[in-house]
Design a binder for this molecule. Structure first.
Ligand code: SAM
Length: 246
């Protein structure tokens, strides 16, 4: 019964978004989304998201330097950097490698770089997290991911690359929206919105239980907390936050 209702409501939302499905079939929506819509949306969204997660991000990134090398410098790689919304939370003495498969964030990324002169930027790699082959094994102290694992094609593949590039004792920092409790109404609505949301927001999947992938990713210690980010009227309020040590 519940499955049939999900199916029916999904269809209703798909009908409402029909023009976008048609544009997608014509091959127009995909490139437009990546080049124009999503970068513009993300620039606005991250301002409000950072306001709502300010305390959590400050706390999370507050101990980054504990993972710095002997020289005191922290070699940090960020997957899915997007507009660079996390730069303000990274400490000085930090050398940042940015990576993202979408190269169309230049305008807002350049602005974030200019506003964060306390950081040294090493490189910008246009590549998905599942393929960090330009980065050597065991070469970075910390990898950061915020709101990225919902969009990667393979969470397992991305985490395996994260693990490979981290030095032994290095840490993977994450803040990710995840599936709600399976018995909740919120999960019901996440399933309803799933296909249309994914199409609108550049591949973002609403029902990933990312904590299970983290558990299976070989990290020696995973510090993980579940939090609710008050993004009212959206299906992306349940989050996990923490870090996993290699
Ligand atoms: C919601 S945005 C988050 C951006 C940024 N991390 C933040 O918190 O503001 C999702 C980002 O993941 C990127 N992304 C999508 N697929 C990816 C993949 N396979 N590997 C790495 N990043 C990916 C997108 O291009 C986008 O920049």
């Amino acid at each position: 019964m519940a499955k049939a209702l999900v199916f029916f409501l999904r269809l209703c939302f798909q009908l409402l978004a029909l023009p976008i499905y048609v544009l997608s079939l014509l091959g127009i929506w995909g490139p437009f989304c990546k080049k124009v819509f999503f970068p513009a949306f993300l620039e606005k969204f991250t301002v409000s998201y950072n306001r709502k997660t300010l305390r959590q991000k400050q706390e999370l990134f507050g101990n980054l330097l504990a993972f710095a090398g002997l020289s005191g410098e922290l070699r940090l790689l960020e997957i899915g950097t997007g507009t660079g919304s996390n730069f303000q939370f990274f400490p000085g003495n930090c050398k940042v490698i940015c990576t993202d498969p979408n190269p169309h964030f230049q305008r807002s990324l350049a602005k974030s770089i200019a506003q964060n002169q306390h950081l040294r930027f090493d490189n910008f790699l246009v590549t998905p997290a599942e393929d960090l082959h330009q980065v050597a094994d065991s070469s970075v102290d910390v990898v950061v991911s915020t709101l990225v694992l919902c969009s990667v094609r393979s969470v397992k593949g991305a985490l395996s690359e994260v693990y490979r590039v981290l030095k032994p004792g290095g840490a993977f920092y994450f803040l990710e929206h995840v599936a709600a409790d399976r018995s909740s109404w919120e999960y019901f609505w996440q399933q309803v919105y799933f296909p249309t949301w994914k199409l609108l927001f550049d591949g973002c999947c609403l029902t990933r239980e990312i904590w299970t992938d983290l558990d299976k990713a070989n990290f020696s210690d995973v510090k993980l907390q579940r939090i609710y980010v008050p993004l009212h009227w959206t299906p992306i309020q349940p989050h996990i936050i923490g870090y996993a040590v290699k």
